[in-house]
Ligand binder design. Structure first.
Ligand code: ARG
Length: 444
């Protein structure tokens, strides 16, 4: 029983929050005349001492005590005697754990928020550096149209911006205090829930005691945001893995973020990116895990809910680590601009530009232009050259309306410069967005 019942092995991570909530609670009990001033100061001093002990040496686990709440209370009794027993007046471990966990998740969100902003700064800096670097843009992982690397990196800036807003949203919703809901029904003591809520930085007390002790939607909000964020990271990780492969050669991974093989001396493996990709699966798994734990639980508290914490702790650790590792990789990766631009040329990625030109210059219907360019691409394939390498006579043999101006647009640089529609890949547009991003990140 002791083994299956215990949560101390993982919920000791809540010790800071547990002590903070107890300090707020006991101050309120004293202010409301529920606990004497003398007992309050003994309890508060004892709690602060425990805080110092834990900060110094960690939580010393006692297998006889189930969880962090009982550990703190038992240690308090050792330190100050029977007065320790007054701390638990007008509360229960049910509102206590809900309060502690909300505080913990709130801190976790702040930590992720900082890591996301740091990563965005890296993306924006690299994007600015490569605002003019041309690479193939892909659909179906087939070269589609040339884009700039700056534009590509800024796509991730936008994804992370939405991630930040999801975390901010989760934080706003979770910031209400369960403390004082007691076991499930509230309490007959004249407590002041507004006061404890304010002391702990919550916006207000939760309005329904049953809801306060029994929902974990705040943790699921966190996990849902973490999952979406991890999916974004995983896609970038995958791209780095592909780009670092020899056939691509778009990037040389930094030594700091790659590993060698024990038997193949030439290898430089993208382990960090692969682990980010793998971790995203575990983070999504953590979300599903808590969804399944919560499904179908009757109100109010059930012990199943003790299993809420491991998935959140795991997801959070993996997410922060992934953000840091990927930011480090992007910061230090060497982008091979020549190789990227060659790949854009080789993939006939200016074929759409040619079709568009035939439409606007020669007044051709787009479908006809599309067909014609298909023949031109075939010719280039037969000759084993790029579109810009075809001579004018061969082009004119396919359609006489083509003239030498066509070479200006078969060039990948000209192609990206022409994509000036809002949100498009033209360097000037991308630079504008970079400037706005820097401002939003407090850098300009
Ligand atoms: N260790 C428990 C948890 O994490 C604390 C709450 C216990 N409450 C109870 N009624 N047994 O959920």
């Amino acid at each position: 029983m002791r083994e299956i019942n215990a949560s101390i092995g993982f919920d000791k991570r809540l010790w800071r929050e547990d002590i903070a909530a107890s300090l707020a609670h006991v101050a309120m009990l004293e202010a409301q005349g529920i606990v004497s001033e003398e007992d309050e100061s003994a309890i508060a001093e004892g709690l602060e001492r425990i805080q110092d002990e834990y900060a110094l040496k960690g939580v010393k686990e006692d297998p006889a005590l189930e969880d962090i709440h009982m550990h703190v209370e038992a240690r308090l009794a050792e330190l100050i005697g029977p007065a320790a027993g007054r701390l638990h007046t007008a509360r229960s471990r049910n509102d206590q754990v809900a309060t502690d966990f909300r505080l913990w998740v709130r801190n976790a969100i702040d930590e992720v928020e900082a890591a996301l902003a740091a990563f965005q700064r890296v993306l924006v800096a690299r994007a600015e550096e490569h605002a003019e670097t041309v690479m193939p843009g892909f659909t179906h992982l087939q070269a589609a149209q040339p884009v700039t690397l700056g534009h590509h990196l800024m796509a991730y800036y936008e994804m992370l911006l939405r991630d930040r807003s999801r975390f901010a949203d989760a934080r706003r919703r979770l910031n209400e205090s369960p403390l004082g809901a007691a076991a499930l029904a509230g309490t007959s003591f004249p407590i002041d829930r507004e006061a404890t809520a304010a002391a702990l930085g919550f916006d207000r007390p939760m309005a329904n005691s049953l809801d306060a002790v029994s929902d974990r939607d705040f943790a699921l909000d966190y996990l849902a945001a973490a999952t979406l964020c991890a999916l974004h990271l995983s896609r970038l990780a995958e791209e780095l893995i592909i780009w670092a492969s020899q056939p691509f050669g778009f990037v040389a991974l930094p030594d700091d973020f790659s590993t060698g093989s024990s038997i193949m001396p030439q290898k430089r493996n993208p382990d960090a990116a692969e682990l980010v990709r793998g971790h995203s699966g575990r983070i999504a798994g953590a979300m599903v895990s808590l969804v399944m734990v919560m499904k179908g639980l009757p109100l109010a508290y059930s012990k199943d809910m003790q299993d809420d914490k491991p998935p959140v702790f795991e997801a959070h650790d993996l997410l922060v680590l992934s953000l840091q590792a990927l930011a480090g990789m992007v910061e230090k990766t060497d982008f091979n601009a020549a190789r990227m631009s060659d790949a854009a040329e080789a993939g006939f990625s200016t074929a759409t530009d040619l079709a568009d030109w035939l439409v606007s210059r020669a007044g051709m219907p787009f479908r006809e232009a599309h067909h014609l360019v298909g023949r031109i691409v075939q010719l280039a394939e037969e000759k084993g050259c790029g579109l810009a390498d075809l001579d004018l006579d061969s082009l004119r043999a396919i359609d006489a309306r083509i003239d030498e101006r066509v070479y200006e647009l078969l060039n990948v640089n000209a192609s990206v410069r022409s994509r000036t529609s809002y949100g498009g890949t033209a360097p000037e547009g991308v630079r504008e967005r970079i400037a706005a991003a820097k401002k939003a990140l407090g850098e300009a």
